[in-house]
Design a protein around this ligand. Sequence first.
Ligand SMILES: NC(=O)c1ccc[n+]([C@@H]2O[C@H](COP(=O)([O-])OP(=O)(O)OC[C@H]3O[C@@H](n4cnc5c(N)ncnc54)[C@H](OP(=O)(O)O)[C@@H]3O)[C@@H](O)[C@H]2O)c1
Length: 290
Amino acid sequence: MRVLVTGGTSGQLYSELLRTCPDSLELLTTGSERLDITDSTAVQNVVSDLSPAYIINAAAYTAVDNAEDESNIDAAYAVNEHGVANLATAASAAGAGLIHVSTDFVFGDMPATPIRPDAPTDPVSVYGKSKLAGEQRLSTLMPNDALIVRTAWVYSSFGNNFVKTMLRLMNERDEVGVIADQVGSPTWAHGLAAALWRGVETKSTGIMHWTGAGVASWYDFAQAILEEGRHCGLIDNDRIFVNPLRTDQYPTPAARPSYSVLETSVTRAELGIKPVHWREELREMLRELT
Ligand SMILES: NC(=O)c1ccc[n+]([C@@H]2O[C@H](COP(=O)([O-])OP(=O)(O)OC[C@H]3O[C@@H](n4cnc5c(N)ncnc54)[C@H](OP(=O)(O)O)[C@@H]3O)[C@@H](O)[C@H]2O)c1
């Protein structure tokens, strides 16, 4: 089966999808020139030329705080809504399946119980609203042949993310302040990529949730990065102290949900795989950086 992966080489998930593609599938990319998914003609041409049986969309506007700036709102929607609609239109015309990746940010303030895929959405940021708009366009254009996989707190040895930022700051400073009252499930893009490939193999459709197993605050995650980073020699700073902060002590342009734990039982049953605990995944990712 031929599978086209969208996104660019700077992308965390894109890079992990490229290195985890199962041997039984034929990976298609557009080479060093990435396919701009906001260009509907380019999308149609590439999909009709390559004629994939499946498309996995790893392309997104992910600058959550920048998206709040009036001048960037259109750019966020161009990729996260219209780009997704372009892929859905082209996939439908080619008879291809589509797996699209979405986010915990489609939810607002939720009770502290793992969030099911059918829970009511209520995004509180421009990024979250643009991602929800993409989900909705996809569900309308491909009601039966698309899979939406929502994930959260993604990191990888590729691209930029919280883990790499913490490693840098922990080597530079005596203290880092990290939010302790937002809770979620750190997710290694490597494990997410494996779940998406499984979604191709099982031809799953609908809306699913996938994250690393377990729950942590950003503070817990940072403390684990410190301990594991020291253990494997990536942090060489005895003075560093991780200071737990409340959300109101670290204001950001985009509001973030305080509880982001996604319920994965339906996905585990459908895909027949289990997520690895986030701390184990973190250890493995850090080993890659040594
Ligand atoms: N990162 C997280 O914590 C997180 C959390 C929840 C959900 N997600 C979702 O997970 C998915 C993967 O995220 P990620 O962490 O891998 O994001 P990422 O590292 O920021 O990568 C995004 C990718 O999208 C590409 N891209 C942007 N605009 C594009 C366009 N118009 N056409 C084609 N490609 C374009 C970028 O390429 P260029 O660099 O070349 O522009 C980049 O390769 C996204 O759907 C995201 O919304 C991420």
